[in-house]
Design a protein around this ligand. Sequence first.
Ligand code: PHE
Ligand code: ZN
Length: 881
Amino acid sequence: MRSEDTPLIRLEDYRPSDWLIDTVDLDISLHPTKTRIRSQLGLRPNPAGRPGAPLVLDGDELKLVALRLDGLLIDETAYSASPQQLTLHAPPARRFTLMIDTEVDPSANTKLMGLYLSSHVYCTQCEADGFRRISYFLDRPDVMSVYTVRLEAKKLIAPVLLSNGNLVAAGDVPGGERHFAVWHDPHPKPAYLFALVGGALDVLRQTYVTAEGRSVDLAVYVEPGKADRAGWAMDCLVRCMRWDERVFGRNYDLDVFNVVAVSDFNMGAMENKGLNIFNDKYVLADPLTATDGDYASIEAIIAHEYFHNWTGNRITCRDWFQLCLKEGLTVFRDQEFSADERSRAVKRIADVRTLRTTQFSEDAGPLAHPVRPRAYKEINNFYTPTVYEKGAEVIRMLKLLVGEAAFRAGMDLYFERCDGTAATIEDFLACFAETSGRDLTHFARWYEQAGTPTIVASGRYDAAARSYTLDLAQKTAPTPGQPEKQPVVLPVALGLVGRSGDLPLATDSPAYAGAGLIVLDQPSLSVTFSDVGEPPIPSLLRGFSAPVRLELDLADGDLLRLFSSDSDPFNRWQAWQTVAMRALVEAGREPAQLEALRATGRALAEGLSDFLRDQAPADPAFAAQVLRLPAMGDVAREIGRDVDPDAIQAAHRALSTEIGLRLGPQLLELREKLGGSAPYSPDAASAGRRALRNEALGLIALASPQEGARLCEAQFAAGDNLTDRLAALAAMTLVPGEAREALIARFAKTYAAEPLVLDKWLMAQALIPEASTLDRVRELMQHPAFSMGNPNRIRALIGGFAANLTQFNRTDGTGYAFVAEMVIALDRTNPQVASRLLSSFKSWRMLEPGRRTLAQGRLAQVAATPNLSRDVADIAERTLA
Ligand code: PHE
Ligand code: ZN
């Protein structure tokens, strides 16, 4: 179907389903190419629907085998069936059961939506609309049913048979070759939360007793032989279950909680009720095959999926426009969990980095959309950083505005009032309006308006009056479909920093909410603080209190003072980033500024030197974040137009090199001091030490390549963990030469049997900022470690290349051509992975004219390809618009 012909689905067109399905009884006989599904639906007219309406069930590439109504065959004229739809023209206006037999071929399902085989394991993925690839259904989240599922399979092939809820029966099928299991989930759920798994899997088990006293059998299922890599995931699961009891008062509600790791998965993981299915890269961990970053991601994602049990499953979404209702809120919850388990400041810095590189860039380009979109052609294209990460920022702001107590009370009210329902953002916000006594209508604009607001701030000190006035204004650039922007509600957490710390804040301004918080909800306002005894330095947006850009013209000296003495750790980090960003933007805009940049580098190194000596050893994780310069993509966005990626890369490298040169001996010393011989432990403090050592290694490698190469080789050889080994490889990739190629080869040999580790190896090479990288990537596509059938491999190698700022954006256009070619090829097998890859083009409009034209040409080529999937057609069309 051409994208122009695809219907646009609109929020305002929502109407309740004409029919409801109270019960679903599935009988599924698993077979690699001919899986039989018998589905019995307990239907009734929806009192809120249109009386006498036909029953229109969704399908997708389905084959109808048989159909019965209340046990009787139906006359052929009474229904029509196609692969995409099953319609009963005049169903009885009462309760009835419909029995639908379908047959599917899991081995041919390369889209990884619906029922598919992943390395010999049967599994399902039904969000957002995969269930309709298994059986005809009212595949919409506001149709919630109680499921009973009987699974049958060959014992040898699938000794493990899992579905949602609790196991109620199991046994052998006469004949002895096959066996069955029956699962019942008492909690009504939408079809997108249905799941099954069948395969030969190993398992790690543990018992958990909830605060309410329910005993729960926890299990983590993994590929045979890998159970010893499931321990960390289990540990995370137990910790996040306790945390949700303590912090949100939420207990688990079934006797079983299963987590299954599969190796072919389009996304990170899926919160199916009682049966979370994971991309194995977010489950498997041991020191030799997972990095500190992996351990942290596993912790976050295990928690995220578990937290969905309440925010997503018990309370689900009325329609897909409300996706942020479950996703933004659940990301907020997992971020808070990680913050409590680790360093809150470092977690916040890491999250803001991600927000800026992924969400701000989305919001600044053609794919910008509101946290709650108004219309879509393909919902799979809206699982975005805006819905997830900006959605979480909105919750964070809500909490800041209504305060800790009203926030918790609002959450309690939400859980109580909306439990068992398919809810909306309005339902959610109403709870907080009630517990806080506030009108949240204006705040709700965050859900409607796309784009990253900019706060323009300036301050004036009046020595005679001993007062300090802060002028704040907000503006948001137009985004597709939204030419005019309205002011939003911006919580600005702040402090006024004096010579010996924060000054007391006294003002009678109505915009001041107390406790260091100004609420900017108008185009502009001024707040005057009195009794200010000295000219202060404003520290604005503490903790990154709102997802905005800040324009505040502080002198470098003032920023450096904030860096050394702000009481807010986030803003200490931010002050440093701002200084570095300024230098990078100048040099990135005007390549001739490289000399000036080196001078800035020297000045920065001086500032860093004291910090490294006095403060870094006490908080290495924080120090590592300081040493890492702003991402190149962020620099590009700051420059905003006519961007030359090579100039940004050169500036980045020059600044890092200069810092490395100036601080060389000190960095070496620091590495010595931090390097312990203690065995690997994934805890945050140990990870922080490794992070700092490895940031230092990167700088050393740039400044003195030979010494760097020596250190990298030694670190690789000595490493008892993947974190240090991969850091050695990454640092070495910046230094062309034989030593690099030798280390690359050695790495591949060491990890030949570890696909997930080789993904990192593929990606490290795809990211090399050199002209030969494209050839290297093409060659790596022939390597046995690569496969076009596996999303993780594709994201590592091809996605890695598309994220390579200078090489994707090659001046000869071959980078764009390559990615476009891959998108078109992939679209035939896996449209979701293809469309994500295509969104790498989202920043094309900010490039200088030569590259812009080339990128546009390749986008047009993709758009003009016949028989595109809806996923890819939609992204191509919107990116070009
Ligand atoms: N709902 C999943 C999550 O956020 C993400 C997902 C979406 C997975 C669609 C698969 C398909 O946890
Ligand atoms: Zn989620």
